[in-house]
Design a protein. Structure first.
Length: 127
């Protein structure tokens, strides 16, 4: 018995001990374009987009932008708040992005955002 025989036996033992969900599936022969997109996406991306992106009434600290983004992406709201804080400290981009979210994301229960209501009122006046 040589070293390669021993390594093949060890590999066979490891393969026998792997759970069923790690074993190759029947779609191994398919190309990536033939597979459903959820096969390669992380969990938070698969569950995102379950509904519209809006600013909820619950869980908000200021205008609810971070809470709305967190619900949409299915992540903890504190992660989004930290991202906004880092963007604000490094270059100041967090404040304009937050204000844009406040203007562009509709509030929970509203049909339009603040910006779209404003644009609609301007268009109504010009007619």
């Amino acid at each position: 018995m040589n070293a390669s025989d021993t390594s093949h036996e060890a590999e066979a033992q490891i393969n026998d001990q792997t759970p069923d969900n790690d074993k190759p599936s029947s779609d191994q022969g398919q190309s990536y374009s033939d597979r459903p997109s959820s096969d390669w996406q992380p969990e938070f991306m698969r569950s995102s987009g379950n509904g519209p992106l809006y600013r909820p009434h619950d869980g908000r600290m200021v205008f609810g932008v971070c809470a709305g983004i967190a619900q949409y992406l299915n992540v903890d709201v504190n992660v989004i708040r930290i991202v906004f804080a880092v963007l604000t400290v490094i270059g100041g981009a967090g404040i304009p992005v937050y204000i844009a979210g406040w203007l562009l994301l509709p509030e929970e229960g509203a049909e339009q955002s603040i910006a779209s209501e404003f644009i609609g009122s301007l268009q109504g006046r010009s007619r």
